[in-house]
Design a protein around this ligand. Structure first.
Ligand code: T3D
Length: 267
């Protein structure tokens, strides 16, 4: 039986998915895409799961597209027709970004090593990104004649502003995790040995929080990027009305008044 390309483990309400092609730095083949989507769908549909952690096996998080995958890599022989990269993006990477951004639970990226190309942007699509000090982020696209994909053109300027976004995308240099945290590209950088426990603690904390409100927060912040303040205020009122009718709000206030820990259940 072949080794799974995405490993799954559970700890309480936290599901960890590990990209598992360490010899090729967990770069994406179509098979790994398929397994990751299936694993994310399973996590989304499992009412016991309240947080997902995405990480990589071995020394890398993910080196982006597997540049040797015959399904998508260019045939370098003279006269060979080019592959339709637009189709690769619409078939695999865009649905993956959409899946991550629509997960009904928070998603933590635990970036254990280099995250390059689409691998970097998949990490940055997650709700919270915590990285090991030895990890790095590389917008590797320009080095092979491509533009940032997997949400990079949308995410990078929003996370760090257009000056840094363009610098990262045009130069394709390695950005160390510590610098990524300093400029606000990611949530946190920790010592390598502390990454598993830090990611696990973050995920457990999120899993115990009101899932529905956290997911609505992600959606509202993304939607507000396209709105003026007046529209955003109206949208906040609409969503808050919905949250106010949910059991978690009632539980949160009741627990606060009773000076006890809340037991949130909504998803
Ligand atoms: O279909 C499409 O192409 C469109 C979609 C595009 C999305 C994208 O993600 S485009 C960007 C693709 N990724 C890259 O360009 C990154 C390529 N990799 C690197 O630049 C370097 O490997 C790293 C900076 C990530 C790490 O460098 P280093 O020195 O730590 O490791 P290494 O020696 O380069 O790699 C170790 C092994 O992994 C090596 O294999 P070997 O020689 O031991 O058998 C290397 O070939 C393999 N590897 C690394 N990245 C990829 C890869 N194999 C296939 N595809 C990769 N992307």
């Amino acid at each position: 039986m072949p080794e799974p390309l995405v490993l799954t483990s559970n700890a309480g309400a936290v599901r960890t998915l590990s990209l598992n092609r360490p010899a090729a730095l967990n770069s994406f083949t179509t098979e790994m895409h398929g397994e990751l989507m299936a694993a994310l769908d399973l996590a989304a549909d499992d009412p016991e799961v309240r947080c997902v952690v995405l990480t990589g096996a071995g020394r890398a998080f993910c080196a982006g597209q597997d540049l040797a995958d015959p399904a998508v890599a260019p045939d370098l022989s003279p006269g060979a027709a080019p592959k339709d990269l637009g189709q690769v993006i619409t078939t695999w990477y865009a649905p993956l970004v959409a899946r991550l951004r629509s997960m009904p639970v928070p998603v933590v990226a635990a970036v254990n090593g280099v995250a390059a190309g689409a691998g970097a942007n998949i990490a940055l699509c997650c709700d919270l990104v915590v990285a090991a000090r030895s990890a790095s982020f590389i917008q590797a696209f320009a080095k092979i004649g491509l533009v940032p994909d997997t949400g990079g053109t949308w995410l990078l300027p929003r996370l760090v502003g257009s000056a840094r976004a363009l610098g990262m995308a045009m130069l394709g240099d390695k950005l160390p995790a510590e610098e990524a945290a300093r400029i606000g590209l990611i949530w946190q950088c920790v010592d390598d040995a502390a990454l598993p426990e830090t990611a696990a603690a973050l995920a457990s904390k999120l899993a115990a929080m009101p899932t529905r409100a956290l997911v609505a927060t992600r959606q509202a912040m993304a939607a507000a990027q396209r709105m003026d303040l007046e529209t955003a205020l109206a949208e906040e009122a609409r969503i808050q009305r919905e949250m106010g009718n949910a059991g978690d709000y009632r539980e949160g206030v009741e627990a606060f008044r009773a000076k006890r820990a809340p037991q949130f259940k909504d998803r």
